[in-house]
Design a protein around this ligand. Structure first.
Ligand SMILES: *Cc1c(COP(=O)(O)O)cnc(C)c1O
Length: 380
């Protein structure tokens, strides 16, 4: 089955009891048992819920995985994965990961595990770190946020296996529609469903997909023991949102490529980063491992933080907000907003400067989007 069909049909079978074409929202906390311990597989919604099960089936299908686990947020999935590792583990992590991931690792789990941040686009550095530290896990975000650096998932997975290290990919930016890390050799793939998978900016959620039954059981047990469950209603919203993933991703990518090309020619722009441009340093790897280039663009405005502020407060169709991956276009300033928790010195060392602006290109009409940017450029 192709992905555009899977998003609609896997986990979307008509309701067995009534024939309802849309899966019902099982808005219940508990389930009646016929005698003690005798039930239909559902005891309590923290442990299992039929609406959530439907979503997990759909997501496993999309990443070609045997198992999926859905939780309350992307970060709670990351927390469960950290708890699943023996304490004192070493984890190699990309040096340009999502700000919240960086904060979770450096201010919460730093007392339990050892984190080493490296540039995962550099395979020599990856191999050297694997060889020296024999880590339990390598955490790869590709493309990264906000610099859109692309790491070679296949090559890293091969190297990691050599050193008995597990590979996990944060696939939030590409969604399962444009990239499938398990097919490229990774052991686990996670998403903030808050972004493209749900796609409508009305839910917070996270998921992990994997083939390892033991690890899945471990993560589920942790989820049940700690409690970061997604509500049945939110799972239902994601099930509804994901149905249009294929058309949305195609539309995001089409608009984003046009905007990236427009920005690349603009005299007030210093540099544009978009995986679909041949000027992107890892454009070749992008073409090899992704089936589309996504909707995220980063660009450097010619000028200082004042000009950026002017630009950001002039745009209208692009809403000034954190987050990404919804149908509406968003604009943000990582240094002040999403990545404020990354120290300035660290930000600058990786090229996350104060004149960097990030766009999450939505699926509005391209002419309106470009007209909005034109107006903002005219003001700076
Ligand atoms: C948003 C995001 C997360 C965290 O997910 P939440 O749903 O906000 O908890 C993790 N990784 C990436 C790449 C993200 O964009």
């Amino acid at each position: 089955m192709k992905k555009a069909t899977k998003v609609i049909h896997v986990g979307g079978e008509p309701d067995k009891e009534t024939g309802a074409i849309m899966p019902p929202i099982y808005q219940t906390s508990t389930y009646v048992q016929s005698s003690p311990g005798v039930h239909k597989g559902y005891e309590y919604t923290r442990s299992h819920n039929p609406t959530r099960t439907r979503l997990e089936e759909c997501l496993a299908g999309l990443e070609n995985a045997k198992h999926a686990l859905v939780t309350s947020s992307g970060l709670s999935i990351e927390m469960l994965i950290m708890h699943a590792l023996p304490s004192g583990s070493t984890i190699i992590c990309g040096d340009d990961v999502y700000g919240g991931t960086y904060r979770l690792f450096t201010t919460v789990f730093n007392t339990i595990h050892n984190f080493l941040f490296i540039d995962t686009t550099d395979l020599k550095k990856v191999e050297a770190a694997l060889k020296e530290h024999k880590p339990a896990l390598i955490w790869v975000e590709t493309p990264t946020n906000p610099l859109l650096k692309i790491s070679d998932i296949k090559a890293i997975s091969v190297l990691a296996k050599k050193y008995k290290t597990k590979t996990i990919v944060d696939n939030t930016f590409m969604s399962p529609y444009f990239q499938n890390p398990l097919d490229l050799g990774a052991d686990m793939v996670m998403h903030s469903m808050t972004k493209y998978i749900n796609g409508h900016s009305d839910v917070i959620g996270g998921c992990v997909m994997l083939n390892d039954k033991v690890m899945h059981k471990k993560l589920w047990t942790l989820q049940n023991s700690i409690g970061p469950t997604q509500s049945p209603f939110d799972s239902w919203l994601v099930l509804r949102g994901v149905k249009t993933l294929a058309v949305r991703m195609e539309a995001h990518a089409k608009n984003a490529l046009k905007i990236a090309k427009y920005l690349e020619k603009h005299p007030k722009v210093e540099r544009v980063i978009y995986p679909g441009l041949s000027s992107h340093p890892q454009h070749k790897i992008a073409k090899k491992q992704m089936s589309g280039f996504g909707g995220m663009i980063t660009f450097f405005l010619r000028g200082d933080i004042k000009k950026c502020n002017k630009f950001l407060s002039t745009v209208k169709t692009f809403s000034l907000a954190e987050s990404l991956g919804g149908v509406e276009s968003l604009i943000e300033h990582p240094a002040i907003m999403t990545h404020a928790s990354v120290p300035k010195a660290v930000r600058e060392s990786i090229g996350l400067t104060d004149n960097l602006i990030r766009l999450s290109v939505g699926i509005e009409d391209i002419e309106d989007l470009i007209a909005d940017l034109d107006k903002a450029f005219a003001k700076v």
